[in-house]
Design a protein around this ligand. Structure first.
Ligand code: SF4
Ligand code: SF4
Length: 341
C-alpha cells in the first residue's frame, strides 16, 4: 500500500497541492453518493495551537460533498477534565478554533453515553465504539502527528483507537498500564492528590495509595511527585491496546470505506491534548495520505528520527504499528512512499 507524501514547502499554495495529494492517493474513493462521512479530527485543545488548520479541513469536506457524500466533523469526548470533556464544551472549542463550516457532531453524545461495545482482538477483548462512528458509512481520519508520553507517538492509529471511543473506551485502554508507588520513597506530601483532576490518591498514614478504578494512568501525578515515588509498569501495553482498539473500530466499517491523512507539522514531544503544547522537536515535514493506518503511521516514523520519541517516552513507537499489522490491519511497516512533485 503506497503512501503519498506532500513535503511542507511554503513556496506553494498548500491547499491546492494537498488536493493533488488526495487525488494521487485516491483519498475520496471510499465515498459513495449519499454516504454519511465522518471526518475524524481533533479540534484542538484551547490554548494549544498545534492542530490542523481549519482551511485544510474545509477543503476536505468540500471534496466529500463533490462526490455526493454528507460530511460531518467528529471527535469523542475526553476522559480528562479540560475543554473537550463534554459535548457542550467540545462544540464550543470546535467553534472557537475555527471549525464552523461543516456540522461538528460529538461522536459519543453529551456526557459520553452514546456507544456500542464490540468484540476485538489483541490485548483487549472488547472496545466501546462511539455512536456516530459506528453509524457512519465512511470515514476520513485526519491526524496531527506528534509525540506522546505513554505511547511514543500519536497519529492515525491513535486517532482511531482513542479518538473513536468514548470515555469508557479510553479508560479501558489506559488501564492496560499499571501505576505503582514505591512506598519507601513516598513522604506523604499530597502533591499527587492536589494535582490529580479526580483527587484519587489517598494519603493514609503518611503514604500515598491509588486503588481507584477511575485512575486513567495519566502522567500528572508522576510528574509532580518530588521523590519519584510513582512509576508506570507495563507501559508498552498501551501501544498494544491502541492497536487492539483500532482493529475493533475498523471492523465496524465495510472494506475500503476508511481513508487517512496525516499532517506532520508542529510536531511536539508531548501530546496535543494538553493546553500547553511544549516545544516542537522536529521541523515541519509535510502531509501524508493513504488508505492504511499502518502504512501512513509507518511512513511518518520513517520520515523522522523517531528514536527521539522513544527516548522521551520510554516506549518504542513501532510497537503500536507492528501490533496493528500483526492483528491484521492492512498495511506495511516498510511502506513505499511516493513524493508529490
Ligand atoms: S507526590 Fe509522591 S511523595 Fe508526595 S504523597 Fe504523592 S507519591 Fe508520595
Ligand atoms: S494517574 Fe495519577 S493523576 Fe492520573 S488519574 Fe491516576 S491518580 Fe490521578
Amino acid at each position: 500500500m503506497t503512501v503519498h507524501f506532500l513535503p511542507w514547502d511554503k513556496n506553494y499554495n498548500l491547499s491546492e497541492k494537498a488536493n493533488r495529494l488526495y487525488d494521487a492517493a485516491t483519498t475520496f474513493d471510499c465515498i459513495e453518493a449519499g454516504d454519511l462521512v465522518a471526518v475524524k479530527l481533533h479540534v484542538g485543545e484551547l490554548g494549544n495551537p498545534n492542530y490542523i488548520q481549519p482551511f485544510f479541513v474545509h477543503e476536505i469536506t468540500r471534496q466529500i460533498k463533490a462526490r455526493g457524500g454528507k460530511p460531518f466533523l467528529t471527535d469523542s469526548n475526553t476522559y480528562y477534565m479540560a475543554q473537550r470533556h463534554n459535548a457542550v464544551d467540545h462544540m464550543q472549542t470546535a467553534l472557537i478554533n475555527g471549525f464552523n463550516l461543516a456540522p461538528f457532531i460529538v461522536a459519543d453524545g453529551l456526557k459520553s453515553e452514546n456507544f456500542t461495545l464490540i468484540k476485538t482482538k489483541g490485548i483487549l477483548n472488547e472496545i466501546e465504539v462511539s455512536g456516530a462512528i459506528i453509524q457512519a458509512d465512511a470515514m476520513i481520519v485526519i491526524s496531527h502527528c506528534k509525540g506522546h508520553e505513554l505511547s511514543g507517538f500519536g497519529a492515525a492509529i491513535k486517532n482511531l483507537s482513542m479518538g473513536c471511543t468514548p470515555q469508557a473506551g479510553k479508560l479501558r485502554q489506559h488501564r492496560t498500564i499499571g501505576l505503582e508507588i514505591t512506598t519507601s520513597k513516598c513522604i506523604g506530601c499530597g502533591k499527587c492528590k492536589d494535582a490529580c483532576a479526580f483527587h484519587l490518591p489517598n494519603i493514609i498514614d503518611g503514604k500515598a495509595s491509588i486503588t481507584s478504578k477511575d485512575c486513567m494512568r495519566c502522567p500528572v501525578c508522576i510528574s509532580v511527585c518530588p521523590t519519584k515515588a510513582l512509576h508506570y509498569t507495563n507501559k508498552p501495553n498501551l501501544s498494544k491496546a491502541l492497536a487492539s482498539a483500532a482493529y475493533g473500530i475498523l471492523s465496524t466499517f465495510k472494506p475500503k470505506k476508511v481513508s487517512y491523512i496525516n499532517f506532520a507539522k508542529d510536531i511536539s514531544e508531548g501530546c496535543d491534548c494538553l493546553p500547553n503544547p511544549g516545544s516542537n522537536i522536529f521541523q515541519d515535514i509535510g502531509i501524508f495520505a493513504s488508505d492504511s493506518a499502518v502504512s501512513i503511521d509507518a511512513a511518518f516514523l520513517k520520515s523522522i528520527n523517531y528514536k527521539t520519541f522513544n527516548e522521551a517516552s520510554g516506549v518504542d513507537c513501532m510497537t503500536q504499528v507492528q501490533e496493528a499489522a500483526t492483528l491484521g490491519i492492512a498495511g506495511e511497516i516498510e511502506p513505499k512512499i511516493e513524493t508529490l512533485n
